[in-house]
Design a protein around this ligand. Structure first.
Ligand code: GDP
Ligand code: IMO
Ligand code: MG
Length: 442
């Protein structure tokens, strides 16, 4: 049975956590394949809000094997802390499996992320300061430390100590900052090694086995397509590939192991950190989206920049990820507006552009061209079927679906599991050949 991929189509925070949590009920395994604890996925379970940074969003179901694949970078302190928090909520974390190949985020990576941002001054990227860029840089330079290095305790102690000594030269010599204590870091990581060892596994092989047995495997994307290191708005991107194709390298599967690819999009757009954002509303409209949508970063608590839905960018995401369907979230947040706008093209030096521009400087100078839709101005957060949505909201969805060229199979009208409308004719059907019955949801 080919796997199912869920990715964000925008600059992150599209509501992937909610969508993955919903789908996970029908899954056997949920696999993270890239990124690190820069991700922040929020799941509402009744009155409890659960924020996950590293542990896959399927963890809430006891029948799921949650897997952290080799393409993910792991800060062991954050992972252990998250596992403890989940345990204290009565969630069994013993099932978690972490790849031997995952690279470790070290304290010097976090320090360097901060120092590099400081040095960029006004041109800073607005990273999450979690050490993501420096860790992936070391991985590419073939000088990273991996989970499997923890297997030999004395060699690991030595490797950590030497790595800290080397990075201290950079921290002190180039940035003039305080060095780290090599022995203290090595001791700290020796303890993490001991605690994490039982969870380490050949995860690619686990995933392979599940797929071969015909079990449902879901690959959980972090960040969003527009933050992809190669295809996004470089340098205002993250340091991993967030595109659906990254599943293969990051989880250790082949392209033919992937069947459905679901792109999550908000009904509007948000972005945290710097970088171009053509439809941004740095005004009352953006503030209203921010307030009603509670657009604060899950990881850093920063205010998210907000703007209208951008079909130029969304179509780019549909094509580059070969999406098979869309999950559209936060439609309820648009209920407050008399007019709902959608960007259908860009204008650059008087010319209409319909394709996402590959040159950053062009993108930065593009003006959005909007199509206006009448708003619905009623509370839709209780809608559970398409027919219960006002005709204006349905027209808006029709347009997005038509323009994107792929079906919208899920519409979310609130943060809770139940606040979801499944489409596709038969409303109990979300994934082809797989069924999700909403009566069972808490
Ligand atoms: P992720 O990083 O893509 O998983 O998204 P985040 O969890 O960072 O941000 C999405 C936020 O929107 C979370 O606080 C969710 O609880 C919330 N959310 C998800 N879907 C909806 C929705 O349909 N309506 C509203 N109002 N909130 C939603
Ligand atoms: P989820 O999975 C939103 C952004 C940062 C910054 C850029 C680079 O919750 O959607 P990094 O720390 O990765 O080097 O920062 O990427 N960013 C995110 N924005 N949601 C995320 O994850 C993000 N992860 C990174 O704000 O602009
Ligand atoms: Mg998030």
């Amino acid at each position: 049975m080919p796997g199912i991929v869920v990715i964000g189509t925008q600059w992150g925070d599209e509501g992937k956590g909610k969508v993955i949590d919903l789908l996970a009920d029908d899954m056997h395994m949920v696999v993270r394949f890239q990124g690190g604890n820069n991700a922040g996925h929020t799941i509402m379970l009744g009155d409890t809000t659960i924020r996950l940074h590293l542990v896959p969003s399927g963890i809430l179901y006891p029948h799921i094997t949650p897997v952290i694949g080799g393409g993910v970078i792991v800060n062991p302190a954050v992972l252990l802390d998250e596992m403890e928090r989940l345990s204290s909520l009565g969630i069994d974390v013993e099932r978690l499996r972490v790849s031997y190949n995952s690279h470790l985020i070290m304290p010097y990576h976090v320090v360097l992320d901060g120092l590099m941002e400081e040095r960029r001054g006004g041109g800073r990227l607005g990273t999450t300061l979690r050490g993501i860029g420096p860790t992936y840089a070391d991985k590419a330079a073939r000088q990273g430390l991996r989970m499997q290095d923890m297997l030999d305790a004395s060699a690991f102690f030595r490797k950590v100590k030497e790595a800290v000594e080397e990075k201290n030269q950079l921290i002190q010599g180039v940035y003039g900052a305080d060095p780290l204590d090599p022995v203290a870091v090595a001791e700290e990581y020796a303890e993490y090694a001991q605690r994490l060892r039982p969870y380490l596994a050949d995860t690619a092989s686990l995933v392979r086995g599940a797929l071969d047995e015909g079990k449902n495997v879901l690959f959980e994307g972090a960040q969003g397509f527009m933050l992809d290191m190669d295809n996004g708005t470089y340098p205002f991107v993250t340091s991993s590939n967030t595109v659906a194709g990254a599943v293969c390298a990051g989880a250790g599967v082949g392209p033919r192991d992937v069947g459905e690819i679901i792109g999550v999009t908000k009904a509007y757009v948000t972005r945290v950190g710097g970088g171009p954002f053509p439809t941004e509303q740095d005004n009352e409209i953006g503030r209203a989206m921010q307030e009603v949508g509670r657009e604060f970063g899950t990881t850093t608590g920063r205010r998210r920049r907000c703007g209208w839905l951008d079909m130029v960018a969304l179509k780019y995401a549909v094509r580059s990820n070969t999406l098979t369907s869309l999950a559209l979230t936060k439609l309820d947040v648009l209920s407050q507006f008399d007019t709902v706008r959608v960007c259908v093209a860009y204008r650059y030096r008087g010319e209409l552009i319909k394709e996402f521009p590959p040159v950053l400087d062009v993108l930065c100078r593009c003006e959005p061209v909007y199509r206006d839709f009448p708003g619905w101005r009623v509370d839709i957060s209780g809608a559970r079927r398409l027919e219960e949505l006002p005709v204006e909201a349905r027209s808006y969805l029709d347009f997005v679906q038509e323009s994107a060229g792929v079906p919208i199979r899920l519409v979310s009208v609130g943060p809770e599991r139940r606040q979801t409308i499944l489409l596709d004719g038969d409303e109990t059907r979300l994934l082809q050949g797989r069924f999700l019955f909403f009566d069972d949801l808490p």
